[in-house]
Design a protein around this ligand. Structure first.
Ligand SMILES: Nc1ncnc2c1ncn2[C@@H]1O[C@H](COP(=O)(O)OP(=O)(O)O)[C@@H](O)[C@H]1O
Ligand SMILES: [Mg+2]
Length: 320
Protein backbone atom coordinates (compact mmCIF):
# COMPACT_ATOMS: atom_id res chain seq x y z
CA UNK A 1 0.00 0.00 0.00
CA UNK A 2 1.39 3.38 -0.98
CA UNK A 3 1.57 6.35 1.35
CA UNK A 4 -1.15 8.12 -0.68
CA UNK A 5 -3.54 5.15 -0.51
CA UNK A 6 -2.88 4.88 3.21
CA UNK A 7 -3.69 8.58 3.67
CA UNK A 8 -6.96 8.15 1.71
CA UNK A 9 -8.01 5.14 3.75
CA UNK A 10 -7.27 7.05 6.93
CA UNK A 11 -9.52 9.90 5.87
CA UNK A 12 -12.22 7.39 5.00
CA UNK A 13 -11.83 5.66 8.35
CA UNK A 14 -12.55 8.81 10.31
CA UNK A 15 -15.58 9.49 8.10
CA UNK A 16 -16.82 5.92 8.67
CA UNK A 17 -16.37 6.38 12.39
CA UNK A 18 -18.50 9.53 12.42
CA UNK A 19 -21.25 7.98 10.33
CA UNK A 20 -21.27 4.88 12.50
CA UNK A 21 -21.74 6.96 15.63
CA UNK A 22 -24.60 8.88 13.93
CA UNK A 23 -26.37 5.73 12.78
CA UNK A 24 -26.09 3.90 16.08
CA UNK A 25 -27.20 6.97 18.01
CA UNK A 26 -30.54 6.76 16.20
CA UNK A 27 -31.35 3.70 18.30
CA UNK A 28 -28.84 3.36 21.13
CA UNK A 29 -28.35 6.19 23.55
CA UNK A 30 -24.92 5.92 25.10
CA UNK A 31 -21.29 6.88 24.94
CA UNK A 32 -19.42 7.23 21.68
CA UNK A 33 -16.44 5.45 23.27
CA UNK A 34 -18.44 2.22 23.21
CA UNK A 35 -19.16 2.58 19.51
CA UNK A 36 -15.48 3.37 18.87
CA UNK A 37 -14.50 0.17 20.65
CA UNK A 38 -16.83 -1.88 18.46
CA UNK A 39 -15.33 -0.35 15.33
CA UNK A 40 -11.78 -0.89 16.61
CA UNK A 41 -12.56 -4.56 17.31
CA UNK A 42 -14.06 -4.98 13.84
CA UNK A 43 -10.97 -3.52 12.14
CA UNK A 44 -8.55 -5.32 14.47
CA UNK A 45 -10.40 -8.59 13.77
CA UNK A 46 -11.22 -9.21 17.41
CA UNK A 47 -14.24 -10.47 19.32
CA UNK A 48 -16.06 -8.45 21.94
CA UNK A 49 -17.67 -9.36 25.24
CA UNK A 50 -20.23 -6.87 26.49
CA UNK A 51 -21.06 -7.17 30.16
CA UNK A 52 -23.80 -5.51 32.16
CA UNK A 53 -27.01 -5.99 34.07
CA UNK A 54 -30.18 -6.79 32.11
CA UNK A 55 -32.09 -3.89 30.56
CA UNK A 56 -29.29 -1.51 29.59
CA UNK A 57 -29.56 -2.17 25.84
CA UNK A 58 -26.67 -4.59 25.30
CA UNK A 59 -28.66 -6.60 22.77
CA UNK A 60 -30.05 -3.45 21.17
CA UNK A 61 -26.55 -1.98 20.74
CA UNK A 62 -25.13 -5.07 19.09
CA UNK A 63 -28.09 -5.58 16.79
CA UNK A 64 -27.87 -1.96 15.70
CA UNK A 65 -24.12 -2.21 15.16
CA UNK A 66 -24.66 -5.30 13.02
CA UNK A 67 -27.17 -3.37 10.89
CA UNK A 68 -24.55 -0.75 10.07
CA UNK A 69 -22.21 -3.40 8.73
CA UNK A 70 -23.24 -4.96 5.42
CA UNK A 71 -22.47 -8.52 6.44
CA UNK A 72 -24.47 -11.64 7.24
CA UNK A 73 -25.71 -11.64 10.82
CA UNK A 74 -27.13 -14.18 13.20
CA UNK A 75 -28.18 -14.17 16.80
CA UNK A 76 -27.80 -17.09 19.18
CA UNK A 77 -29.72 -16.83 22.42
CA UNK A 78 -27.85 -18.87 25.04
CA UNK A 79 -30.04 -20.82 27.44
CA UNK A 80 -29.31 -23.59 29.96
CA UNK A 81 -30.48 -26.27 27.50
CA UNK A 82 -28.61 -24.99 24.43
CA UNK A 83 -26.38 -27.71 22.93
CA UNK A 84 -23.11 -27.29 21.00
CA UNK A 85 -24.83 -28.61 17.85
CA UNK A 86 -27.42 -25.83 18.13
CA UNK A 87 -24.53 -23.46 17.45
CA UNK A 88 -22.39 -25.33 14.96
CA UNK A 89 -24.97 -27.37 13.09
CA UNK A 90 -25.59 -31.02 12.51
CA UNK A 91 -26.00 -33.69 9.84
CA UNK A 92 -29.60 -34.53 9.06
CA UNK A 93 -30.94 -37.39 7.02
CA UNK A 94 -32.41 -36.28 3.74
CA UNK A 95 -35.26 -38.73 3.25
CA UNK A 96 -35.50 -38.22 -0.49
CA UNK A 97 -31.84 -38.90 -1.29
CA UNK A 98 -31.28 -41.11 1.73
CA UNK A 99 -28.07 -39.21 2.47
CA UNK A 100 -26.90 -37.11 5.37
CA UNK A 101 -26.62 -33.45 4.56
CA UNK A 102 -25.09 -30.74 6.69
CA UNK A 103 -27.49 -28.29 8.24
CA UNK A 104 -25.28 -25.37 9.19
CA UNK A 105 -25.85 -23.74 12.54
CA UNK A 106 -26.16 -20.02 13.24
CA UNK A 107 -22.40 -19.71 13.79
CA UNK A 108 -22.03 -19.56 9.98
CA UNK A 109 -22.37 -15.80 9.67
CA UNK A 110 -19.95 -12.90 9.53
CA UNK A 111 -21.33 -11.20 12.61
CA UNK A 112 -22.64 -13.45 15.38
CA UNK A 113 -24.43 -12.12 18.43
CA UNK A 114 -23.96 -14.62 21.24
CA UNK A 115 -26.58 -13.33 23.62
CA UNK A 116 -26.25 -13.99 27.37
CA UNK A 117 -23.52 -16.57 26.81
CA UNK A 118 -23.06 -17.30 30.48
CA UNK A 119 -26.56 -18.73 30.74
CA UNK A 120 -25.39 -21.88 28.92
CA UNK A 121 -23.16 -24.58 30.43
CA UNK A 122 -19.42 -24.76 29.76
CA UNK A 123 -19.62 -27.29 26.94
CA UNK A 124 -21.87 -25.07 24.87
CA UNK A 125 -19.81 -21.97 25.60
CA UNK A 126 -16.75 -23.90 24.43
CA UNK A 127 -18.31 -24.52 21.03
CA UNK A 128 -18.56 -20.77 20.55
CA UNK A 129 -15.14 -20.01 21.98
CA UNK A 130 -13.46 -22.66 19.83
CA UNK A 131 -15.07 -21.22 16.73
CA UNK A 132 -13.72 -17.80 17.77
CA UNK A 133 -10.23 -19.14 18.24
CA UNK A 134 -9.99 -21.31 15.14
CA UNK A 135 -12.33 -19.57 12.67
CA UNK A 136 -13.60 -23.06 11.93
CA UNK A 137 -15.86 -25.64 13.52
CA UNK A 138 -15.81 -29.40 13.64
CA UNK A 139 -19.14 -31.10 13.07
CA UNK A 140 -19.11 -34.84 13.62
CA UNK A 141 -15.45 -35.04 12.68
CA UNK A 142 -15.64 -32.79 9.61
CA UNK A 143 -13.96 -29.42 9.72
CA UNK A 144 -15.89 -26.51 8.25
CA UNK A 145 -14.40 -23.08 7.62
CA UNK A 146 -16.36 -20.10 8.88
CA UNK A 147 -17.03 -17.10 6.62
CA UNK A 148 -14.57 -14.21 6.74
CA UNK A 149 -14.60 -11.71 8.33
CA UNK A 150 -15.93 -13.45 11.41
CA UNK A 151 -16.67 -11.49 14.54
CA UNK A 152 -18.47 -12.61 17.67
CA UNK A 153 -20.18 -10.00 19.78
CA UNK A 154 -21.23 -11.67 22.99
CA UNK A 155 -23.18 -10.36 25.94
CA UNK A 156 -23.17 -11.63 29.49
CA UNK A 157 -24.71 -10.75 32.79
CA UNK A 158 -22.38 -9.97 35.69
CA UNK A 159 -21.28 -13.08 37.54
CA UNK A 160 -22.96 -12.05 40.78
CA UNK A 161 -26.29 -12.85 39.15
CA UNK A 162 -28.01 -16.14 39.77
CA UNK A 163 -28.18 -18.92 37.22
CA UNK A 164 -25.04 -18.00 35.31
CA UNK A 165 -22.06 -20.16 34.46
CA UNK A 166 -18.71 -18.42 34.79
CA UNK A 167 -16.69 -18.52 31.57
CA UNK A 168 -13.40 -20.38 31.98
CA UNK A 169 -10.52 -17.90 32.49
CA UNK A 170 -8.43 -19.37 29.69
CA UNK A 171 -11.25 -18.83 27.24
CA UNK A 172 -12.25 -15.35 28.25
CA UNK A 173 -9.01 -13.93 26.92
CA UNK A 174 -10.04 -14.94 23.41
CA UNK A 175 -12.11 -11.81 23.52
CA UNK A 176 -10.15 -8.79 22.40
CA UNK A 177 -12.24 -6.48 24.58
CA UNK A 178 -14.51 -6.81 27.51
CA UNK A 179 -16.67 -3.72 27.64
CA UNK A 180 -18.49 -3.18 30.90
CA UNK A 181 -21.64 -1.16 30.34
CA UNK A 182 -23.06 0.76 33.27
CA UNK A 183 -26.34 2.51 33.85
CA UNK A 184 -27.15 5.54 31.69
CA UNK A 185 -26.87 9.09 33.03
CA UNK A 186 -30.04 11.00 33.91
CA UNK A 187 -30.08 12.78 30.52
CA UNK A 188 -29.50 9.55 28.63
CA UNK A 189 -32.23 7.67 30.44
CA UNK A 190 -34.58 10.60 29.98
CA UNK A 191 -33.87 10.46 26.26
CA UNK A 192 -34.68 6.73 26.21
CA UNK A 193 -38.12 7.56 27.63
CA UNK A 194 -38.52 10.36 25.09
CA UNK A 195 -38.16 7.99 22.15
CA UNK A 196 -40.60 5.43 23.55
CA UNK A 197 -43.34 4.47 21.12
CA UNK A 198 -41.83 6.33 18.21
CA UNK A 199 -41.20 4.07 15.21
CA UNK A 200 -37.67 2.63 15.11
CA UNK A 201 -35.64 4.72 12.67
CA UNK A 202 -33.94 3.05 9.72
CA UNK A 203 -30.29 2.40 10.33
CA UNK A 204 -28.12 2.64 7.21
CA UNK A 205 -25.17 0.51 6.27
CA UNK A 206 -21.90 2.27 6.81
CA UNK A 207 -19.42 -0.36 5.67
CA UNK A 208 -19.23 -3.65 3.79
CA UNK A 209 -16.84 -6.60 3.74
CA UNK A 210 -14.58 -4.95 1.20
CA UNK A 211 -14.26 -1.75 3.25
CA UNK A 212 -13.42 -3.75 6.33
CA UNK A 213 -10.67 -5.59 4.51
CA UNK A 214 -9.09 -2.43 3.13
CA UNK A 215 -9.43 -0.41 6.30
CA UNK A 216 -7.96 -3.17 8.49
CA UNK A 217 -4.99 -3.56 6.17
CA UNK A 218 -4.40 0.19 6.18
CA UNK A 219 -4.74 0.43 9.97
CA UNK A 220 -1.82 -1.98 10.34
CA UNK A 221 0.42 0.59 8.66
CA UNK A 222 -0.09 3.15 11.41
CA UNK A 223 3.25 4.06 12.96
CA UNK A 224 4.00 3.21 16.55
CA UNK A 225 7.21 4.70 17.98
CA UNK A 226 9.53 2.53 20.11
CA UNK A 227 8.90 4.49 23.36
CA UNK A 228 5.17 3.74 23.00
CA UNK A 229 5.90 0.04 22.59
CA UNK A 230 8.04 0.27 25.74
CA UNK A 231 5.13 1.96 27.48
CA UNK A 232 2.77 -0.89 26.53
CA UNK A 233 5.18 -3.52 27.81
CA UNK A 234 5.84 -1.67 31.05
CA UNK A 235 2.11 -1.25 31.69
CA UNK A 236 1.32 -4.90 31.03
CA UNK A 237 4.31 -6.15 33.03
CA UNK A 238 3.26 -3.95 35.91
CA UNK A 239 -0.03 -5.86 36.15
CA UNK A 240 2.01 -9.00 36.87
CA UNK A 241 3.89 -7.52 39.81
CA UNK A 242 0.97 -5.67 41.40
CA UNK A 243 0.39 -6.93 44.96
CA UNK A 244 -3.33 -7.51 44.46
CA UNK A 245 -2.88 -9.61 41.33
CA UNK A 246 -2.82 -13.39 41.24
CA UNK A 247 -2.47 -13.68 37.47
CA UNK A 248 -1.46 -10.69 35.38
CA UNK A 249 -1.93 -9.99 31.71
CA UNK A 250 0.04 -12.03 29.16
CA UNK A 251 2.08 -11.00 26.11
CA UNK A 252 -1.07 -11.76 24.10
CA UNK A 253 -2.54 -8.78 25.95
CA UNK A 254 0.45 -6.55 25.06
CA UNK A 255 0.07 -7.49 21.41
CA UNK A 256 -3.65 -6.82 21.53
CA UNK A 257 -3.00 -3.43 23.09
CA UNK A 258 -0.54 -2.51 20.35
CA UNK A 259 -2.79 -3.65 17.51
CA UNK A 260 -5.78 -1.80 18.89
CA UNK A 261 -3.81 1.35 19.64
CA UNK A 262 -2.90 1.48 15.94
CA UNK A 263 -6.54 1.14 14.89
CA UNK A 264 -7.55 3.72 17.49
CA UNK A 265 -5.08 6.25 16.02
CA UNK A 266 -6.15 5.32 12.50
CA UNK A 267 -9.88 5.93 13.01
CA UNK A 268 -8.99 9.23 14.66
CA UNK A 269 -7.36 10.15 11.32
CA UNK A 270 -3.78 10.07 12.67
CA UNK A 271 -0.83 8.25 11.09
CA UNK A 272 0.91 7.54 14.41
CA UNK A 273 -0.03 6.21 17.83
CA UNK A 274 -0.12 8.51 20.87
CA UNK A 275 0.19 7.39 24.50
CA UNK A 276 -3.44 8.46 24.92
CA UNK A 277 -4.54 5.85 22.35
CA UNK A 278 -2.96 3.24 24.60
CA UNK A 279 -4.48 4.70 27.76
CA UNK A 280 -7.96 4.84 26.27
CA UNK A 281 -7.85 1.10 25.55
CA UNK A 282 -6.13 -0.32 28.60
CA UNK A 283 -9.29 -1.08 30.55
CA UNK A 284 -11.15 -2.78 27.66
CA UNK A 285 -8.11 -4.86 26.69
CA UNK A 286 -6.98 -5.86 30.17
CA UNK A 287 -9.97 -6.07 32.47
CA UNK A 288 -10.85 -9.69 31.65
CA UNK A 289 -7.24 -10.85 31.59
CA UNK A 290 -6.29 -10.09 35.19
CA UNK A 291 -7.20 -12.26 38.15
CA UNK A 292 -7.02 -10.72 41.60
CA UNK A 293 -5.95 -12.46 44.81
CA UNK A 294 -8.72 -13.59 47.17
CA UNK A 295 -7.51 -10.94 49.67
CA UNK A 296 -7.99 -8.18 47.11
CA UNK A 297 -11.54 -9.38 46.46
CA UNK A 298 -12.20 -9.27 50.21
CA UNK A 299 -10.87 -5.71 50.31
CA UNK A 300 -13.44 -4.87 47.61
CA UNK A 301 -10.65 -3.96 45.24
CA UNK A 302 -11.74 -4.37 41.63
CA UNK A 303 -9.75 -5.10 38.48
CA UNK A 304 -10.45 -1.60 37.17
CA UNK A 305 -8.99 -0.07 40.38
CA UNK A 306 -5.87 -2.15 39.84
CA UNK A 307 -5.60 -1.10 36.20
CA UNK A 308 -5.94 2.54 37.20
CA UNK A 309 -3.18 2.06 39.77
CA UNK A 310 -0.97 0.58 37.06
CA UNK A 311 -1.69 3.56 34.80
CA UNK A 312 -0.76 5.93 37.63
CA UNK A 313 2.38 3.99 38.54
CA UNK A 314 3.77 3.71 35.01
CA UNK A 315 4.44 7.09 33.45
CA UNK A 316 5.01 7.44 29.72
CA UNK A 317 8.54 8.48 28.88
CA UNK A 318 9.95 9.70 25.56
CA UNK A 319 13.33 8.14 26.20
CA UNK A 320 13.39 4.70 24.72
N1 LIG B 1 -29.25 3.34 26.43
C1 LIG B 1 -30.36 2.95 25.79
N2 LIG B 1 -30.63 3.41 24.56
C2 LIG B 1 -31.73 3.00 23.91
N3 LIG B 1 -32.64 2.16 24.40
C3 LIG B 1 -32.45 1.67 25.62
C4 LIG B 1 -31.29 2.05 26.39
N4 LIG B 1 -31.34 1.41 27.58
C5 LIG B 1 -32.44 0.66 27.55
N5 LIG B 1 -33.13 0.80 26.39
C6 LIG B 1 -34.36 0.10 26.02
O1 LIG B 1 -34.58 -0.89 27.02
C7 LIG B 1 -34.93 -2.14 26.46
C8 LIG B 1 -33.96 -3.23 26.88
O2 LIG B 1 -32.88 -3.32 25.98
P1 LIG B 1 -32.08 -4.68 25.71
O3 LIG B 1 -31.20 -4.41 24.54
O4 LIG B 1 -32.99 -5.83 25.61
O5 LIG B 1 -31.20 -4.77 27.04
P2 LIG B 1 -30.22 -5.93 27.55
O6 LIG B 1 -29.82 -6.72 26.36
O7 LIG B 1 -29.07 -5.17 28.15
O8 LIG B 1 -30.96 -6.69 28.58
C9 LIG B 1 -35.02 -1.96 24.98
O9 LIG B 1 -36.39 -1.78 24.67
C10 LIG B 1 -34.23 -0.68 24.72
O10 LIG B 1 -34.78 0.02 23.66
MG1 LIG C 1 -30.17 -8.71 26.07
Amino acid sequence: MTVEVYADERTRASAVRQRLVQEIRKVYIGNTETVDLLLIALLARGHVLLEGVPGIAKTTLIKTFAQTVGLSFSRIQFTPDLLPADITGTYVLNLRSNEFTLRRGPIFANVVLGDEINRAPAKTQSALLEAMQESQVTIEGDTQELPQPFIVLATQNPVEQEGVYVLPEAQVDRFLFKIVLGYPTFEQERQVLGTYNTPLPDVSEVLDADDIKRLSAAAEMTYIAPPIMDYIVRLVQHTRSHGAVLLGASPRASLALMRCAKVCAFIAGRDHVLPDDVRSLVVAVLNHRIILTPEAELDQLGVIDVINECLAAVPYSHEA
